[in-house]
Design a protein around this ligand. Structure first.
Ligand SMILES: Nc1nc2c(ncn2[C@@H]2O[C@H](COP(=O)(O)OP(=O)(O)O)[C@@H](O)[C@H]2O)c(=O)[nH]1
Ligand SMILES: [Mg+2]
Length: 249
C-alpha cells in the first residue's frame, strides 16, 4: 500500500475519527503534512485547534505588538478513518526557515499549505503571500488553500467583496483555482455550525491532497537528501546536488 494515499471526505460523509490516545504512526497509515502559515495573530493556532477539535496549540491576542505566542513549530495529528493529517503550526514566516523542526519537515515536503489571513487585520500589501511564494515558488498554487479567519468580522460583507478589496489575495486565490474559504474560529467546538465549516474545510483539503497525488511540495531550491539546511533560495544547491549524484564531489 502506498504510504501516502488520501481519504475522501465529503460534506455528507464524515470520515473523521478522534482518538483519546496518542496517535501511533505506522507504515500502513498514510500521513499527510499540512503546513499552516500566515502572519502573527491571524488565527493559525486557533484554526488548527478548530479543525482538529483539540486544544493543543496555544493561542493569544498579540498581533498589535508583533509578538508571537507560538514560539516553535508544533505538529498536531488528526486521525481520520483512512489516514492521518499532521497539521504543522508555525510562528512568524520570518523565523520559519531557521527552525530545525521546519527544516526536518521540509525534507519530506508538504502535502498542502494553508495560508491563514484574518479578515479583521489583513492589510493590502501584506508581505505574507510573497513570503510564502518565496519559500515554494510557482508550485505553491497547486498546494495552497487560503483560509480567511475571523469570518465573524465579515459582518454584512461577503468573501467575494473582501477579495475584491484585497486584489493580491484575489489574484493569488485565482491561481489556486479559487481555493479560498472563510472560517470562524470562535464557534463552539462540536456545535453544528462548527462541524459544518470543519467539513467544508476538509472537502477543500482533500481536493488538494487528491490533486497532488503522492507528491509533496518541496521548498524552492531544496533537495530532500542533503541541501535543505544549506540553501533555500539561490538554486546553487541543486547544482551542488547534481555534482554529488554525478560523483563530481
Ligand atoms: N473572533 C475571532 N477570534 C479569533 C479567530 N481566530 C483567532 N481568534 C483569536 O485571535 C487571537 C490570535 O489567534 P492565534 O490563533 O493565537 O493566532 P496566530 O498567531 O496566527 O497563531 C486569539 O485570541 C484567538 O482566540 C476568529 O475566527 N474569530
Ligand atoms: Mg500561533
Amino acid at each position: 500500500m502506498s504510504l501516502i494515499a488520501f481519504a475522501q471526505v465529503s460534506v455528507n460523509d464524515t470520515t473523521m475519527e478522534m482518538s483519546e490516545f496518542p496517535i501511533q504512526k505506522d507504515q500502513d497509515v498514510p500521513v499527510s503534512l499540512v503546513l499552516v502559515v500566515g502572519g502573527i495573530g491571524q488565527g493559525k493556532s486557533s484554526f488548527i485547534n478548530s479543525v482538529t477539535e483539540k486544544n493543543e496549540c496555544k493561542e493569544g491576542d498579540t498581533w498589535g505588538v508583533d509578538q508571537t505566542i507560538t514560539k516553535e513549530v508544533q505538529e498536531v495529528d488528526l486521525k481520520r478513518k483512512d489516514d492521518i493529517i499532521t497539521f504543522i503550526d508555525t510562528p512568524s514566516l520570518r523565523t520559519l526557515k531557521s527552525s530545525p523542526k521546519f527544516q526536518d519537515f521540509s525534507k519530506t515536503g508538504f502535502h498542502a499549505i494553508v495560508i491563514v489571513c484574518s479578515v479583521k487585520s489583513y492589510k493590502p500589501g501584506s508581505p505574507v503571500l510573497q513570503e510564502v511564494y518565496n519559500l515554494f515558488g510557482d508550485d505553491i498554487y497547486r498546494y495552497a488553500l487560503i483560509v480567511l479567519t475571523f469570518e465573524d468580522y465579515l459582518s454584512d460583507s461577503t468573501v467575494e467583496e473582501f477579495l475584491k478589496a484585497n486584489t493580491e489575495l484575489k489574484e493569488f486565490s485565482k491561481k489556486t483555482g479559487d481555493k479560498c474559504i472563510a472560517f470562524n474560529n470562535s464557534l463552539e467546538n462540536g456545535s453544528e455550525e462548527a462541524s459544518e465549516q470543519r467539513k467544508r474545510f476538509f472537502v477543500y483539503l482533500d481536493a488538494i491532497l487528491r490533486q497532488n497525488d503522492e507528491q509533496p511540495l518541496q521548498r524552492k531550491g531544496a533537495c530532500a537528501q542533503c541541501c535543505v539546511r544549506l540553501c533555500s533560495c539561490c538554486r546553487l544547491c541543486l547544482t551542488w546536488c547534481k555534482q554529488i549524484i554525478n560523483g563530481d564531489r
